[in-house]
Structure formats: C-alpha cells, structure tokens
Design a protein around this ligand. Structure first.
Ligand SMILES: Nc1ncnc2c1ncn2[C@@H]1O[C@H](COP(=O)(O)OP(=O)(O)O)[C@@H](O)[C@H]1O
Ligand SMILES: [Mg+2]
Length: 303
C-alpha cells in the first residue's frame, strides 16, 4: 500500500499512535464515552437483557477490540453506538455529545458486503461524498485518495462482483473513511474471509490506522485478532452482556502476525482463554452446554 506520497485530506496527520504507549493514549481526549448502557429486548420468550451496565471510554486514535461469546451483545452494542438501535438505559457520547441516531461522525463496516453492486469501486467510495454535497470533481478526487489508501487504485473502475472478499472489505473501509468519521465501528468485518486473507486484512487495517487520525472499535470473536489489533480489549460475557474485564495489550507496535508467538502475545492470549473458555467445574452430572458452543457458531448457548 502506498501511503507515503499520498496527499491526505488536511484533517489527517501522519500517524504517531504507532510509537505511543497506552499511558500516552489515555492522555488524549476521549472520543467515545459509553455510560451505564443497558439494552433489553422484548421477545416472545420474555425480556432478553442483551447488555447490562456497560461503561467504557475510547481515546482519540485508540484501537479497541471487543470480544465475547456469541449472544453477549457485541452487535447490539455496536448498533447502539451507530445509532441504529436505541438503548434501554444509559448514554453514548461522541466528543461529549449524546448520540441519538446515525451520523457521518461514525463509520460502519459489517461482515457482510454492503457495497452497491451496480456502482464501481470509485463510485461506491464517492457515494457518501456526493451525499455530503461535494462537487463531482471534489468527490472523485477525494474518493481516489481513499481508493489508493486501501491499495485498490488499479481496481477503481471495477465492479464489486469482480473483486475478492478481502478487496470488497477494503472498499467498504475506504467508503467509511471517506466521510471522515471520528470513529470507525467494525462488526466482525473479516469474519467471512479465509484465514490468509484475514491476516492480510488485519495488517492492512493496522497500516491504515497508523497513517490517519481515526479511532477504531472493532468487534471480533477471534482471540488472535483481538490481541493483534488492540491497544485495549473489552472482554464481554453473555447473559446478560457485561464487561468482564478490560485487557491492556502489552505487545509492542508496530505489530505483525509474526508476533503471535511473542511472550507478551502468548500471555495475553492465555488470559483471554481463561476468561472466554473457563476451565470446566467438577459438576460432572450436568454437561456444560455453554462451553460446547463454539464461539464461531452463531447459535444460542443452552443454559
Ligand atoms: N432484535 C432483537 N430482538 C430480540 N432479541 C435480540 C435482538 N437482537 C439481539 N437479540 C438478543 O440479544 C442478545 C445479544 O445479541 P447480539 O448483540 O447479536 O450478540 P453477539 O453479536 O455478541 O452475538 C442475544 O441473546 C440475542 O438473541
Ligand atoms: Mg454479532
């Protein structure tokens, strides 16, 4: 990816977060503040508490990952942050202002491909810019910067169905960033990709994040992905969805998948394993169905 000679929009400064310690990150301003957030859904089986009393802060240019078993409220959390869902209790503040609906200050990238299939890569990225009232020429030149940033300049005129899954997600990232959001909200964006592409995408994303002024909240259920990307990991537990622990990742940056075997990485992984797959208790009379549910499966654990 060529980011060196790119003329980025003026609000973007070249990345410094790569060299910063967590203590330094925490001195930066708070971009996102979640205060005592709860969400209860009414279902045919009665009320379901998807989130209970979730509070955390995310600082400018921080990379936070959220991990937890299926059904622990990860998607509900991100949908509330995006303004696509309303909370039952609590508050979401972006730059100190309460969030009450969707807005261009928050970019979203989902697992499913959400590109417009009838538009080229460039036009997909231009779409939001044109909606913001930019002239065609401005929208086109800004869009091309973002297409370059994600390394797809040769594919600017291709259509989504001509691209691989990883490339489609790079376009989705470019499209979200083009609107210059304060925070990028990503819900298992690489979940549908094969293992090798996924690793490449993680490295791409870290490279993009390093080079621009963006705060990222990234949901995953992949332990290695959660560690590799994050400054801090919010570990959620299910029923009800609550923050179980916040882990500060001690792995130095810049990171790459080569660090998966470093002592800091392994120690963090062990802690995550303990939280997400706790050892079986001694009650053999009752099979623990919860642990038999693979976190990759989108099924409800039997309690
Ligand atoms: N629209 C809805 N109506 C009723 N229950 C829901 C709805 N959306 C999510 N839930 C329930 O809330 C809980 C959390 O779901 P979700 O946020 O999708 O979890 P995750 O993304 O961590 O797998 C689950 O028990 C799920 O069944
Ligand atoms: Mg989900």
């Amino acid at each position: 990816m060529n980011t060196k000679n790119l003329e980025l929009p003026s609000y973007l400064e070249k990345g410094e977060s790569v060299t910063k310690t967590l203590a330094a990150i925490k001195e930066r301003e708070v971009v996102l503040e979640v205060k005592q957030l709860s969400k209860t859904f009414d279902s045919t089986k009665g009320p379901v508490t998807a989130l209970n009393d979730v509070s955390f802060k995310t600082h400018r240019r921080e990379f936070v990952t959220v991990i937890g078993p299926s059904g622990c409220g990860k998607s509900t959390l991100i949908r509330i942050l995006a303004g696509l869902e309303t909370q039952t209790h609590g508050e979401v503040l972006l730059d100190g202002k309460a969030v009450s609906g969707p807005g261009p200050d928050r970019g979203m990238v989902f697992q499913g491909y959400t590109l417009f299939p009838w538009l080229t890569v460039k036009k997909n990225v231009m779409f939001g810019l044109s909606c913001q009232g930019k002239t065609r020429a401005t929208a086109e030149s800004e869009a091309m910067q973002w297409v370059d940033l994600v390394g797809l300049e040769k594919f600017a005129n291709a259509y989504p169905d001509q691209l691989s899954g990883g490339m489609k997600q790079r376009v989705a990232i470019a499209r979200s960033l083009a609107a210059q959001p304060r925070i990028l909200l990503m819900d298992e964006p690489f979940g549908a990709l094969d293992a090798q592409t996924r690793v490449r995408m993680q490295e791409y994303l870290m490279e993009i994040w390093r080079n621009i002024d963006i705060t990222i909240l990234f949901i995953t259920h992949d332990l290695d992905e959660a560690i590799l990307l994050a400054d801090r990991i919010l570990v959620l537990k299910a029923h009800p969805g609550e923050i179980q622990e916040v882990i500060e990742v001690p792995v130095p940056r810049p990171r790459s998948s080569e660090q998966l075997l470093s002592p800091e990485f392994l120690a963090t992984r062990q802690r995550l394993e303990e939280l997400i797959h706790p050892p079986l208790d001694n009650d053999d009379t009752k099979p623990n169905m919860f642990r038999m549910v693979n976190v990759d499966d989108d099924v409800e654990p039997l309690l």
